[in-house]
Design a protein around this ligand. Structure first.
Ligand code: PEP
Ligand code: MG
Length: 653
């Protein structure tokens, strides 16, 4: 037996990606290899067991191998463990295409769906569309357990092995699909590692051996392993339970001879019909191919709606249609401006939608002239019409739409689409690239605005009953300087590349602003001490809580600008959840109570001599733009697709 003790230097420990690679390396040797850490041991050839050991960077691990090539194995594996870069590739929390997929359930009835003229939902992203329906309804798998007689066991095991081979092959195919996002390949590798895991296979086959059918055997083995991950303290490893469940689902689907469809497989021009769609699921689709979106849940300020507007995809959310009817539709006509939905439209409706599509295309052509314009009101006031962005990939579209800078860069997407936090270096590069692309126009970059409703690997969010009233945005950041300061330093570093402004979300107290100012001062000294170049950046706050409105005069003395977040301000002023279609009629920015709040904040800005912008979705509304401008707003920031029309509105004031 060869035994060797090593200190693990793999960056962030043996999480999924390095664990998969470590196991691959171990499987290249014939000998038995065990790795021990924190008083527990696991086979080095089982990714699942290895991840459950929870080996962290700087832990001491012992490698033990027995067999002909034991010395070589221990030496190779020890080298791996001592290489910091062995696990450097960040994995995203997004599920792999196979896991993100939704089962295409058979239509509830084979007779045509009833035509439902006049059916309405929340108008979430404007534009008319008509096209084939693409049903996206992930269904829980309902199994009917069978008892397998001893004579049937070998056949059942063979069935399981065939399903396993098919699952691994289809994951491999998914990996070679063109257009796969960065890191998706690594996630799929991790999923293949789970499917082929020796312990998972052994547990499944043991359950079959005990007389269970293959579907139930795989399900119970998968559930047990997923539960072990869920019990782990590390939130990143806890989230691995999702990988186990998705592989289990794929195995069961293969056994049942069914398969999942994913948004990636949606035919061009389809209207997605769904219960709800996560922003990350949508991100997996080829957005340019989506004809429209109809969901039973969600509202105008859901992130799926924001994404739809950013990509000019018509969307109606919160549609009051029962699931079976929606799922049975074979085509859909929809109007994202009025919220109208017609399932399986007849000839008259079809002609009406087609005429509207034609008319809108004409309007878009007539707005083209406004793209390059620097809009001024008739009395000569220049208004900056800027873009709301969430990633560097959206820069080109924003510039093409005529964005005069960025009024809101939502940095949370940089944090959400991955399994490790982005470091200062990576953030500095991203923010600098954004600033450079729009220079000399300003780019307003908002610090991390995230809470318990949007988990991020590396930040331990506890369950909260009211995440919108909870530990989020600047509240969380101030308690996690290890997360916040790298972002602030990155922003100061990026300020040399262009006109960077820092925006703080969810401010409800002057002390929060002062605490950020103190942290910024610390960051500047640290950068000076390290000889790192950095620049000056204006500091502003979102006006999105009623407290910030009441304290606006006091806060205005501390900052350089205000940006009104009408999405949250409306939900907090009206006490009406922005995601709940049932209270959509209260969730109206044009409500006198919300307008009074905006007026008060604008007055405070004017009296303090600072500028004020609007970056919530209402900034793009032709009916509200005159109100904002009359009250002294000088910047409006919105989805790029709305920019030309907003510019036209300004010129008419
Ligand atoms: C807002 O609340 O209006 C806003 C712009 O921020 P978000 O939609 O990201 O909460
Ligand atoms: Mg907000």
């Amino acid at each position: 037996m060869i035994e060797r003790s090593v200190v693990v230097r793999v960056h962030e420990g043996l999480h999924a990606r390095p664990a998969t690679q470590f196991v691959k390396l171990a499987k290249g040797f014939a000998c038995d290899i065990e790795i021990r850490c924190n008083g527990r041991g696991a086979s080095a050839k089982s990714a699942v067991k290895l991840m459950l050991l929870g080996v962290k960077e700087n832990d001491e691990a012992v490698l033990r191998a027995e067999g002909e090539d034991a010395a070589d194995a221990v030496s190779a594996l020890a080298t791996f463990l001592q290489t910091p870069g062995a696990g450097d590739i960040a994995l995203t929390p997004a599920r792999a295409p196979a896991a993100a997929a939704a089962e295409t359930a058979p239509p509830a009835s084979s007779s045509p769906a009833p035509v439902r003229p006049g059916c309405r939902g929340v108008a979430a992203s404007e534009g008319t569309s008509i096209g084939p329906a693409f049903a996206f309804f992930p269904q829980p798998l309902v199994l009917e357990p069978r008892t397998v007689s001893p004579a049937e066991i070998p056949g059942e095991v063979a069935r399981y092995r065939t399903a396993l081979a098919a699952t691994v092959a289809s994951l491999g195919e998914a990996k070679s699909r063109p257009g796969l996002k960065r890191d998706d390949g690594a996630i799929i590798d991790a999923l293949i590692g789970v499917a082929e895991d020796a312990d998972f296979i052994a547990a499944s086959e043991a359950a079959i051996g005990a007389g269970r059918d293959a579907e139930s055997a795989v399900t119970s083995a998968g559930q047990e392993i997923a539960a072990s991950f869920e019990a782990m303290a590390d939130p990143y490893l806890r989230a691995r339970a999702e990988d186990i469940r998705s592989v289990t689902r794929n195995l069961v689907l293969a056994l049942l001879g069914r398969r999942d469809a994913s948004l990636a497989e949606m035919p061009k021009g389809s209207i997605i019909v769904a219960d709800e769609i996560a922003a990350l699921d949508l991100a997996k689709a080829t957005l340019a191919d989506i004809g429209g979106i109809v969901c039973r849940k969600g509202a105008a300020t859901s992130h799926v709606a924001i994404m739809a507007r950013a990509h000019a995809i018509p969307a109606v959310l919160g549609a009051a249609i029962d699931e079976a009817t929606l799922r049975a539709a074979s085509s859909v006509g929809m109007d994202g401006t009025t919220g109208e939905i017609v399932l399986d439209p007849g000839e008259t409706d079809r002609a009406r939608f087609e005429a509207a599509i034609e008319r809108e295309a004409g309007e878009r052509r007539s707005l083209d002239a406004y793209r390059t314009l620097e809009p001024r009101t008739r009395d000569g006031r220049r208004i900056e019409v800027a873009a709301n962005l969430g990633s560097l990939g959206e820069i080109e579209g924003a510039l093409a739409s005529g964005a005069m800078g960025v009024g809101l860069f939502r940095t949370e997407f940089l944090f959400m689409e991955r399994r490790t936090l982005p470091d200062e270096e990576e953030q500095a590069e991203t923010y600098a690239a954004l600033a450079k692309a729009f220079a000399p126009h300003p780019v307003v970059i908002r610090t991390l605005d995230i809470g318990g409703d949007k988990p991020v690997a590396g930040i331990d969010f506890e369950h909260e009953d009211n995440p919108f009233l909870g530990w989020r945005g600047v509240r969380m950041c101030l308690e996690r300087p290890d997360v916040f300061k790298p972002q602030l330093r990155a922003l100061l570093r990026a300020a040399v590349a262009g006109n960077v402004k820092i925006l703080l979300p969810m401010i409800a107290d002057v002390d929060e602003v002062r605490a950020v100012q103190a942290l910024l001062a610390e960051c500047r000294s640290e950068l000076d001490a390290a000889g790192v170049v950095h620049g000056a950046a204006e500091l502003g706050v979102m006006i999105e809580t009623p407290a910030a409105v009441f304290l606006a005069a006091e806060i205005a003395r501390e900052v350089d600008f205000f940006s009104v977040g009408t999405n949250d301000l409306t939900q907090y002023v009206m006490a009406a959840d922005r995601l709940n279609p049932k209270v959509a009629k209260l969730n109206r920015t044009e409500h006198p109570a919300v307008l009074a709040a905006i007026r008060q904040a604008a007055r405070a800005a004017r009296e303090a001599g600072i500028w004020i912008g609007v970056c919530g979705e209402a900034a793009a509304r032709p009916d509200l733009i005159p109100f904002f401008v009359e009250n002294g707003v000088t910047e409006l920031s919105m989805s790029p697709a709305s920019i030309p029309r907003a510019k036209k509105c300004v010129t008419e004031i």
